[in-house]
Design a protein around this ligand. Structure first.
Ligand code: 2DT
Length: 208
C-alpha cells in the first residue's frame, strides 16, 4: 500500500498571500515528483457551496448558526474525497479549513467557540497548519478589501485573535511580510519536515 500523503492547511487573514503560496507549493512539489493537489474551503462548486457563495456575496441572508453548519457540511461532504486522496499517497495543500470556520463564526456576537468546534469533531486533522501572519500595516499596503462579507478591518482583527487562540504545537506561525520567493522557500522547508514525519503515521481526527 502507498504511504499516505501529507495534509497541510494554510490559514490566515485576508491578503496574507495564502492562495498564491498554496499554489506555488503544489507546483513545486509536483515538479519534484511529490504528488500533491490543491483544495480550498469553502468549495463553492457543490450545491452547499453555492448557498455559501450566495451568502458571502450578500445575495442571501442566513442566521449565523445556520451558515456555520453549512460551512462545516461543506467539509463533511468532501471528507471522503480528502481521505481517498491522502490514502492513495497524494499530499493535500488546503487553503482554509475548520480553523477558518471557527475563527470567522466565533468573531460574530453571541457565537461560542466550543459550539463552533462541535460540528468539526471527527473530521481529519491536518499534519500541520501554516498560519500566514501579516501586520495590519503590511496588509494595508497590499490594497483595500473586496466586497464580500467579512472583508472589513474590525472583523478581521477579531478573526486574527481567534486564530491565535486556537494555535497548537502543529501550527507554524509564518511572517508573510516578505517577498513571494522568500516566503515560498520558507514554506518548502517547513513542508519537507512535515512530510518526512507524517509518512507512516495514522490519520488524526479532531477530538472534542
Ligand atoms: P475565501 O476568500 O478564502 O474564498 O473565503 N469562511 C471560510 C468561513 O466563514 N467559514 C469557513 O468554514 C471557511 C472555510 C472566510 C471566503 C470567506 O469565508 C470565510 C472568508
Amino acid at each position: 500500500m502507498a504511504q499516505r500523503g501529507a495534509f497541510i492547511v494554510f490559514e490566515g487573514c485576508d491578503r496574507a498571500g495564502k492562495t498564491t503560496q498554496c499554489k506555488k507549493l503544489v507546483d513545486a512539489l509536483n515538479r519534484k515528483n511529490v504528488p500533491t493537489e490543491f483544495m480550498n474551503f469553502p468549495d463553492r462548486s457543490t450545491a452547499i457551496g453555492q448557498i455559501i457563495n450566495d451568502y458571502l456575496q450578500k445575495k442571501i441572508h442566513l442566521p449565523d448558526k445556520a451558515v456555520h453548519l453549512l460551512f462545516s457540511a461543506n467539509r463533511w461532504e468532501l471528507e471522503p474525497k480528502l481521505r481517498e486522496k491522502l490514502e492513495s499517497g497524494i499530499s493535500l495543500v488546503v487553503d482554509r479549513y475548520s480553523y477558518s470556520g471557527v475563527a470567522f463564526s466565533a468573531a460574530k456576537k453571541g457565537m461560542d467557540l466550543q459550539w463552533c468546534w462541535n460540528p468539526e469533531i471527527g473530521l481529519l486533522e491536518p499534519d500541520a497548519v501554516f498560519l500566514l501572519n501579516l501586520s495590519e500595516e503590511a496588509a494595508a499596503m497590499r490594497g483595500g478589501f473586496g466586497q464580500e462579507r467579512y472583508e472589513n478591518l474590525d472583523f478581521q482583527k477579531q478573526v486574527k485573535e481567534n486564530f491565535m487562540a486556537m494555535k497548537s504545537s502543529s501550527w507554524k506561525l509564518i511572517d508573510a511580510d516578505k517577498s513571494l520567493e522568500d516566503l515560498h522557500l520558507e514554506i518548502m522547508e517547513l513542508f519537507n519536515k512535515v512530510y518526512t514525519t507524517s509518512h507512516g503515521t495514522p490519520f488524526k481526527r479532531f477530538a472534542s
